[in-house]
Design a binder for this molecule. Structure first.
Ligand SMILES: [Zn+2]
Length: 424
C-alpha cells in the first residue's frame, strides 16, 4: 500500500471520535420521512461540507423543502481515469409516537461501543463515513485523477427516489456505491413495484337489484366489483405460488417473490352494488427481473383470469403501476440490482474490504431494497456497501457499531483512492 494511504487509514482510527461527531451531527438534523419536506438544513450542511473539500455543488428541490445535493470533485485526468458516484439518502425512517427510546432519537449518544440515534444505521453512519473519507483525502492534499461525485439524496424512505432524479439530471459514472445499510456486505437487491388493480362496472345498480344479478331467472348481467375483486385476489395468489415454485435466485429464500394485497378500497354505500373496487399490491421480484417484466406478467395472468369470467371479460381490471412517491401518489418503484462479482470495481472494493477487515468480503443480496436499483436502471454498474445491519435500522434505539463505522470509512477511503487511480 502506498505511504500516504497507509497513514490516512491510521488517521481514521485515531480520529474516530471526530467521525462519530460527524455522524452525530447528521443525526441531529431531524429528517424523518414521513412526514418528509424537512431535509433542507441537513442538505445545506452537507453541501458546504463538500464545497470546503473542493466539490462543485449542484442543489435543486425535488420537493419543496427536500433538495437533492450533488457534489462533483473534478479529477486531474478524468478522460483517462475511472469516475465514481458515492450515493446516500439523508432522510430517515419515521419515529412514531410512544416508541420506547432510551433518549431523544435525534440526540445521539454512544453506548456499549455503538452510536445510538435515528438514522445511525440507515444511513447517516454511512453518509458520515463516506464524507469523512473525502475529508481526509482532501486534508492530505491528494488530487485524485478520476471524478468523484457525492450524491446526498432525499426521499428514499417513501419511494421518492432522489437518486432517480440524479440519474435523470444526467449524472453518471463508471461505478456507483450506495453506502446504505449492508453490514459491510457487498450487495445487490431484488426489486419492488407497487400497483393499483381496479375493477370497475360500467353501470351502477341499487342494492335491491342484487337478486336479479345473482339468482336464477334474474336476468340482469351485472356484478359487484368487490366480489369480482375476490377472483382477482385468488388469481394473484395462484400466480404468487407459481412464481414461488418456478423462480429462484441465489441468496434469497424460495418464495421471496411475493405479491401482497396490501390495501383494498371499494363500494360507495350500503344502498348500492359496489361498482368499483381498488386493490393496492406490493410485488417483490428477483435481481434478474425487471419491474416492467413482472408488471407485464401480472397483467397477462389477470387478463386470462378475466377471460374465463363472463363479466370480467367485458369489464377487465385496469392497472396503474408504480408511482413517484408513497406520500404524493401512493406508489413506488425500487428497481432490482444485480452485482457482478467479477466487475473491476466490485473486486477492488472487495480487496479494500479484505485488506482492512482481514477477511474476504461477502458478496450477496440485501433482503430489502435501496436506491441502488436506480443505477442499474440507468445502466450504471453499482453495489450497496455500508455500515449497520438491518435489524438495527428503522428500529427503536437504532444503532451502528463505532468499530464498524471506522472500518467502513477506511475501506471507502482506500476504495475511492484506488478506483480513482484506475485507468479507463
Ligand atoms: Zn436506507
Amino acid at each position: 500500500m502506498s505511504e500516504p494511504l497507509e497513514s490516512l487509514l491510521k488517521q481514521v482510527e485515531a480520529r474516530a471520535e471526530e467521525l462519530v461527531g460527524l455522524a452525530s451531527r447528521l443525526i441531529r438534523f431531524q429528517t424523518p420521512a414521513p412526514p418528509a419536506r424537512n431535509t433542507a438544513e441537513a442538505q445545506s450542511f452537507i453541501a458546504s461540507f463538500l464545497e470546503e473539500k473542493g466539490f462543485a455543488i449542484d442543489r435543486w428541490d425535488v420537493y419543496p423543502g427536500d433538495p437533492n445535493v450533488v457534489g462533483v470533485l473534478r479529477g486531474q485526468d478524468p478522460a483517462r481515469y475511472k469516475s465514481l458516484i458515492i450515493n446516500g439518502h439523508v432522510d430517515v425512517a419515521e419515529v412514531s409516537q410512544g416508541e420506547a427510546w432510551d433518549t431523544d432519537p435525534f440526540d445521539p449518544f454512544v453506548k456499549d461501543g455503538s452510536l445510538v440515534g435515528r438514522g445511525a444505521a440507515d444511513m447517516k453512519g454511512g453518509l458520515a463515513g463516506a464524507l469523512f473519507a473525502v475529508q481526509l483525502l482532501h486534508e492530505a492534499g491528494i488530487r485524485l485523477p478520476g471524478d468523484v461525485l457525492f450524491q446526498s439524496v432525499i426521499g428514499e424512505e417513501v419511494g421518492e427516489a432522489g437518486t432517480l432524479q440524479c440519474c435523470k439530471r444526467g449524472y453518471s459514472a463508471d461505478f456507483a456505491v450506495v453506502v446504505d445499510t449492508s453490514d459491510l456486505h457487498i450487495q445487490g437487491q431484488g426489486g419492488v413495484i407497487t400497483g393499483w388493480v381496479t375493477v370497475k362496472s360500467k353501470e351502477t345498480y341499487h342494492d335491491a337489484t342484487r337478486r336479479n344479478m345473482i339468482h336464477a331467472g334474474g336476468g340482469l348481467h351485472g356484478a359487484s366489483a368487490i366480489e369480482k375483486m375476490m377472483k382477482i385476489i385468488q388469481g394473484l395468489q395462484e400466480l404468487e405460488r407459481h412464481w414461488a415454485v418456478t423462480k429462484s435466485y441465489p441468496g434469497f429464500a424460495p418464495g421471496t417473490n411475493t405479491i401482497n394485497p396490501a390495501v383494498i378500497e371499494g363500494g360507495r354505500h350500503a344502498a348500492f352494488i359496489a361498482d368499483e373496487c381498488r386493490l393496492w399490491i406490493t410485488v417483490h421480484f428477483y435481481p434478474n427481473e425487471t419491474y416492467e417484466g413482472v408488471a407485464r406478467e401480472i397483467e397477462d395472468w389477470l387478463g386470462r383470469v378475466s377471460q374465463a369470467d363472463p363479466w370480467l371479460k367485458d369489464n377487465p381490471p385496469q392497472f396503474r403501476w408504480g408511482g413517484a412517491s408513497m406520500i404524493e401518489d401512493r406508489g413506488e418503484i425500487f428497481p432490482s440490482l444485480q452485482v457482478d462479482p467479477q466487475h473491476e470495481a466490485v473486486r477492488l472494493l472487495g480487496g479494500a474490504h479484505e485488506s482492512v477487515l482481514l477477511e474476504p468480503a461477502i458478496v450477496d443480496v440485501s433482503p430489502t431494497v435501496t436506491d441502488g436499483g436506480w443505477f442499474s436502471d440507468a445502466g450504471i454498474p453499482a453495489a450497496i456497501y455500508g455500515p449497520g445491519n438491518l435489524r438495527n435500522a428503522h428500529s427503536v434505539n437504532e444503532r451502528v457499531s463505532v468499530e464498524q463505522l471506522v472500518r467502513f470509512t477506511q475501506v471507502m477511503l482506500k476504495f475511492i483512492y484506488e478506483w480513482s487511480h484506475t485507468l479507463k
